[in-house]
Design a protein around this ligand. Structure first.
Ligand SMILES: CC(C)(COP(=O)(O)OP(=O)(O)OC[C@H]1O[C@@H](n2cnc3c(N)ncnc32)[C@H](O)[C@@H]1OP(=O)(O)O)[C@@H](O)C(=O)NCCC(=O)NCCS
Length: 175
């Protein structure tokens, strides 16, 4: 039987693997915009280490290999800012990106007050836009960064405090 992928909170020792994976995964985005100086490709190891200390960083592991990651933190207004969602190219298209995003949403909500989740992607990244819309995000703004890149911001309201998960609600309704 094959190994299964597990999702957990990243530790400092994961920093190098996360950076390498990020570098690999964002090549397709760089190609799409003809820009290899985008933030995920120029981020330093120290900066990743800082994020590991201050933010909620999740990794997906297959055995000892980091095959996916996502990061998030909650701002003063209670908005969870999510980003750097990556899945190894050979593992894409099987739901792991969705699991990671939902995983970081849940962990941030469990850790404190979250009013909404916010993330962004480039206007040409149609796959990313589809993924985010499928998970309940709606576009709230577009900002032109350069002639070739506009950033699309998407947001989703957090479930009200005390709301039961959808599965639990329908079970209660049928009881
Ligand atoms: C964005 C990214 C993390 C998505 O990861 P992923 O694991 O492929 O995501 P998912 O598998 O959840 O969804 C991707 C597609 O697989 C499909 N899928 C999910 N589970 C599936 C399954 N079990 N069987 C078949 N298809 C499935 C989804 O429906 C989706 O299809 P679509 O593209 O037609 O909408 C990945 O493509 C990536 O690393 N991209 C490069 C970096 C990047 O752009 N990051 C985001 C920056 S904002």
């Amino acid at each position: 039987m094959g190994m299964s992928v597990t999702i957990s909170v990243a530790v400092q020792d994961d920093a190098e693997q996360i950076l390498k994976l990020q570098y690999l995964c964002y090549q397709s985005e760089a190609e799409l915009y003809g820009d290899w100086a985008i933030d995920p490709l120029t981020q330093t190891l120290d900066s990743i280490r800082d994020e590991l200390a201050e933010h909620c960083v999740l990794v997906a592991r297959l055995g000892g290999e980091v095959v996916g990651s996502v990061r998030g933190w909650v701002d003063d207004a209670g908005v969870a800012r999510l980003g750097r969602l990556v899945v190894h190219p050979r593992m894409q298209g099987h739901g792991l990106g969705s699991r990671l995003l939902q995983g970081v949403e849940q962990r941030l909500a469990a850790a404190g007050r979250v009013s909404a989740y916010r993330l962004f992607t480039g206007h040409r990244s149609l796959g990313n836009l589809r993924l985010y819309r499928r998970l309940g995000y709606v576009e709230t703004g577009v900002e032109e960064v350069s002639r070739s890149l506009s950033l699309v911001t998407l947001e989703k309201p957090a479930a009200p405090v005390g709301a039961a998960p959808v599965g639990a609600r329908s079970l209660a309704a049928s009881a």
